[in-house]
Write a new protein. Structure first.
Lengths: 191, 533
């Protein structure tokens, strides 16, 4: 298996946590992995992305090619669109629909959703609302991950194992909240 | 041993620890910061030196001193930090090393978080020392061992050059059995670090004499590879560092039809390069950064005039980092592209955080100097550079660490009034003190605003050496006590803040104004930690 994933969002929204969970699941399977991150100035409320590459074969480049991504996994709808040049023709966009508005002029949400709907393979869900419903409002990013897993090629159980090992040191409550968020994301895509 | 998932920066730090390093010396700077942060985090580094230095120059000099004492050590900085450390760096090539000395410099092609994209390999060549340029995380780890050995074998400092993509990308790294630290051991030759002219001349001659040895090392190193067996000789390819990965990515790990040389250690192994030049009809040079290798090849007196392609002729764009698509095009393979970014997508540049103390300091400053119009505020390198962006539009310069104070001085010397410098507390600690001393000496008519958020903010919140001492430093340098003013930058204090700014602008001489409130990111982190505890 080989998966090239662009993770997108705004600095501080938790895309690196998603990368760590998927990465851990991939390592548990014995896959190779490379993950390019953004540190520094852009983290101050700017757009951020991470290139996550998983493969059974050796991986050379730290960056994904334009037109080479299997998936854009985004925690913010406009940020999902920013990386369209990377998406393969048959690639998937999985994104939170709730905008993060920290700029003077944010485009109308409906226009953004229309652009996302132009991509054949898309999942658009209000991950913030879902996370709030299940009393895990800080796990919005994990809801988005849950919505993505059937397209990622991992089982729910593999992600649960990864979540448990990563959040273990933060205590039972945080593990449980994230497991609920994962399940809620999975359920959202079954409807 | 299981692979550890490490950033390139972290792999290098782990390699240095396992290779028996006794001290890391650094000032924070993207993309190099995580090397020291890793050393500060891991238990294995307990007892070795791992606190931040005032700036890259003091870091470099301390590392030379540790090398003098026979220990393995590393000075770490971002590319522009090497400009600050250039004096000790260049001279360290003459003094040479006793204990292994690695100068790690992380370049930032494409300027993700920097004011330029200078390529440190030019400095390495300028200093005439070996340069290592890892192509992946495992090489970052392995090159720490190798670099110390090379440094101790020839008694020279070795440069290790990283670039952003490797520094900030994670992959599996296999560790080796750790070495113990070197024992304390003074140099055998007590003239070694004495660069008086008569000795320095001998040192220079020695450095010249061992250049051929460095070239031989580059020909035999495990980090360079020479594959000249490929069939298609219409093109030969020379890749440096990360470029080697992109080339293999483009060919999907399949055999590359052209002869390929991989360079991760310099000086250039010139005979091997002559070999590929003679065997092929043309050369393509792929390198992350400036056309360092390409420039050298074009300057060599190779026979004939075969085409050499790269950044200089536009085969690869002249500026900016490499990526798989640029390399795909350079080797004439079919390129891919997704779809265009929809026009409605708006830019989202970095911005001051909500609640940032700097935003209040700037808004009040704008109000205080309204009557003079724009163009009076010199600023510096840090989060507060974002005060350039709307809605603040508060600053007019950002050049190098410490330049706010000295540029304001120069402008004031020319008669510009008011001349205001805005500098962060950590930047002041790094390079502001000497500029302030110049202002005092001349009684320049400047207002120096030291934005004190009690941390090195832009790089994620590191300690700095002048913490808690700003007033006493200014007083000690000679600023008059009544012209060292401080306030807490909050909206509710605007009237007081504006008043203080205005009074100090009115004063004809050196004033220091210190808005003091902790960085909101650090505050958030602290609060979180208290909840968890």
């Amino acid at each position: 298996m080989k998966r090239d994933i662009i993770l997108a969002g705004v600095g501080g929204q938790g895309i690196l946590t998603i990368a760590t969970i998927i990465g851990t699941a991939a390592l548990n399977r014995g896959m190779n992995l490379k993950q390019a991150e953004v540190h520094g100035m852009s983290q101050r409320g700017g757009d951020v992305q991470s290139h996550l590459r998983l493969s059974d074969e050796p991986i050379w480049s730290d960056l994904i090619s334009l037109g080479g991504a299997d998936m854009i996994l985004s925690v913010e709808p406009m940020e999902a669109l920013r990386y369209l040049p990377y998406l393969k023709k048959d690639g998937w966009i999985i994104t939170n629909s709730n905008p993060f508005k920290n700029i003077a002029v944010y485009p109308p949400e409906e226009d953004i959703y229309d652009e996302i709907r132009k991509i054949d393979n898309h999942v658009l869900l209000d991950a913030d609302a879902i996370a709030k419903d299940i009393k895990a409002s800080r796990s919005m990013n994990i809801v988005v991950l849950g919505a993505a897993i059937k397209y990622l090629g991992f089982s729910a159980q593999e992600m649960e194992t990864a979540i448990k090992s990563i959040f273990e040191r933060k205590g039972e409550q945080i593990v449980e909240a994230n497991l609920r968020a994962l399940q809620a994301g999975i359920s959202a895509t079954l409807m | 041993m299981d692979a550890m998932m490490l950033l390139g920066d972290e792999a290098l730090a782990q390699g240095a620890l396992d290779a028996g390093i006794s001290g890391f010396y650094a000032y924070p700077g993207t993309p190099s910061t995580e090397i020291m942060e890793y050393a500060q985090r891991v238990k294995q580094a307990e007892g070795i030196h791992r606190t931040w230095s005032s700036n890259e120059k003091t870091a470099m000099e301390s590392a030379i001193g540790m090398s003098y004492a026979g220990k393995r050590t590393m000075a770490i900085m971002k590319h522009v930090g090497l400009n600050v450390a250039a004096d000790p760096f260049m001279n360290s090539a003459f003094t040479g090393a006793n204990g292994g000395l690695i100068v790690t410099v992380a370049d930032d092609p494409s300027m993700h978080s920097s004011q330029n994209e200078q390529d440190s390999r030019f400095y390495g060549k300028f200093a005439m020392i070996p340069i290592l340029e890892p192509s992946n995380q495992q090489e970052c780890y392995d090159m720490a061992f190798y670099g110390f050995e090379l440094s101790e074998k020839y008694h020279v400092p070795v440069m290790l050059r990283l670039t952003t993509r490797l520094a900030h990308s994670r992959a599996g790294v296999i560790r080796r059995k750790p070495f113990p630290q070197n024992p304390l051991k003074k140099p055998d030759d007590l003239f070694q670090f004495m660069l008086l002219p008569a000795i320095a001349r001998k040192k220079y001659q020695h450095l010249i004499d061992i250049q051929a040895d460095f070239v031989a090392e580059s020909a035999n190193t495990p980090f360079n590879s020479f594959n000249l067996t490929a069939k298609d000789h219409t093109k030969g390819i020379i890749c440096t560092g990360l470029a080697y990965n992109y080339l293999n990515e483009v060919f999907q790990g399949k055999e590359i039809p052209y002869p390929v040389i991989k360079i991760c250690q310099y000086p250039l192994p010139i005979e091997q390069i002559r070999g590929i030049y003679d065997a092929c009809d043309s050369l393509l040079i792929l390198e992350e950064g400036m056309p360092f290798v390409e420039d050298q090849l074009k300057g060599l007196s190779f026979k004939g005039s075969k085409p050499i392609h790269g950044r200089l002729d536009g085969t690869i764009p002249r500026a900016g980092e490499l990526n798989p698509n640029k390399v795909t095009q350079a080797v004439n393979m079919p390129d891919t592209y997704g779809s265009e970014v929809p026009v409605i997508v708006a830019g989202r540049p970095p911005a001051l955080c909500v609640g940032c103390p700097h935003s209040d300091s700037y808004l009040a400053l704008n109000e205080a100097i309204k009557e003079y119009g724009r163009g009076h505020v010199f600023s510096d390198i840090g989060c507060y550079s974002l005060g350039f962006m709307p809605p603040y539009n508060a600053i007019n310069s950002c050049v190098d660490m410490g330049a706010s104070i000295t540029m304001a001085k120069g402008a004031a010397d020319s008669g510009l009034y008011p001349a205001i410098a805005v500098i962060g507390d950590s930047t002041f600690s790094h390079s502001g003190l000497t500029g302030l001393l110049d202002c005092i000496f001349d009684q320049s008519n400047v207002v120096i605003v030291i934005l004190d958020n009690s941390t090195t903010g832009m790089t994620g919140g590191q300690d700095y050496t002048a913490f808690g001492k700003l007033e006493s430093i200014c007083l000690g340098l000679g600023v008059e006590k009544e012209h060292i003013r401080s306030f807490v930058p909050f909206k509710k204090n605007y009237a007081e803040m504006i008043q203080i700014y205005k009074e100090e602008i009115a004063y004809k001489g050196v004033s220091v104004v210190i808005p003091r409130r902790e960085c909101v990111q650090i505050l958030k982190r602290k609060n979180k930690m208290e909840v968890q505890a």
